[in-house]
Design a binder for this molecule. Structure first.
Ligand code: HEM
Ligand code: HEM
Length: 214
């Protein structure tokens, strides 16, 4: 019978970031779809209620939560615990490079080998860093639309996107990344939980994982 030891993996701040991020994205995608193509009858608008104004307001509130989550994550990349720091995630050490290719082979059902590891596997880590960069583009394009003439947002918005229309277009296109990410992410968390009894899903609530005792 295998024995497992319980180890703290994620700090409370990291878990707070995760749920701010996950829940705000669900809200942003839903209200974003509405802003793009309202599914309510336009006759309601301006009579008893203002569905578009309400949806936009919810989008902006979630936008601020999303931006705050990204600030927390940036802080944790530098000051978080070992698993949360950026160096533990990138394929820059022989161990991490090996883990990256090992994970790809394992996800392709070519090998059953699995490195016992407290933090993310490196394929997951790389995807998260990529998503972090996409999130910054969402924040800049979003605030550029919200405050088109505030010097800070206008400067970054024009520099990166060239115009309001292009900023909006990129904002819309990148939404699809988050939708695909969310589906694959939840699938892979469940897949990992089925494959290894490390308690990966509960770790994002409790902070603790269970590692195989060598
Ligand atoms: C993952 C994050 C986000 C997603 C998925 C998302 C999604 C969307 C979508 C689909 C639209 C409609 C664009 C269109 O007309 O085609 C939109 C509009 C908009 N979003 Fe976001 N958004 C995100 C983050 C943000 C953030 C952080 C802000 C900043 C506050 C923001 C501010 C806006 C603004 C100002 C609009 C335009 C509203 C209007 O013109 O009435 N968004 N968003
Ligand atoms: C039922 C829903 C969810 C569960 C159970 C869940 C679970 C987890 C777990 C266990 C981890 C750590 C996994 C690892 O070690 O690689 C994680 C990380 C992460 N999750 Fe989720 N998640 C959920 C929803 C979401 C959603 C909707 C998003 C955003 C679209 C999201 C974004 C992230 C990100 C970005 C990380 C990496 C954090 C980082 O290191 O920067 N999660 N999640």
């Amino acid at each position: 019978m295998a024995t497992y030891v319980k180890k703290q993996s994620w700090s409370i701040l990291f878990r707070l970031f995760h749920w701010m991020y996950a829940l705000s994205i669900v809200m942003l995608v839903t209200t974003g779809f509405y802003i793009n193509g309202p599914w309510t009858n336009t006759m309601i608008e301006g009579s008893a209620s203002f569905p578009m104004a309400t949806m936009r307001f919810m989008h902006f509130v979630a936008g601020y939560v999303f931006a705050s989550a990204i600030i927390i994550r940036a802080f944790l990349y530098i000051f978080g615990n070992k698993q949360e720091r950026i160096w533990d995630i990138l394929p820059i050490t022989p161990r991490n490079i090996k883990n990256l290719f090992g994970t790809i082979l394992r996800y392709a059902y070519i090998t059953e080998e699995h490195e016992t590891r407290l933090g993310h596997n490196v394929l997951a880590g790389l995807t998260y860093v990529f998503t972090f960069i996409i999130a910054i583009l969402m924040i800049i394009s979003g605030f550029f639309m919200l405050f088109p003439e505030a010097p800070f947002w206008e400067g970054w918005g024009l520099a990166l996107f060239g115009s309001q229309q292009m900023g909006r277009y990129i904002h819309h296109l990148l939404m699809w990344w988050f939708m695909m990410f969310a589906i694959i992410h939840v699938y892979l968390c469940i897949w990992n939980d089925v494959k290894e009894p490390e308690g990966i899903i509960s770790s994002i609530f409790t902070g603790d994982k269970f590692l195989h005792k060598e």
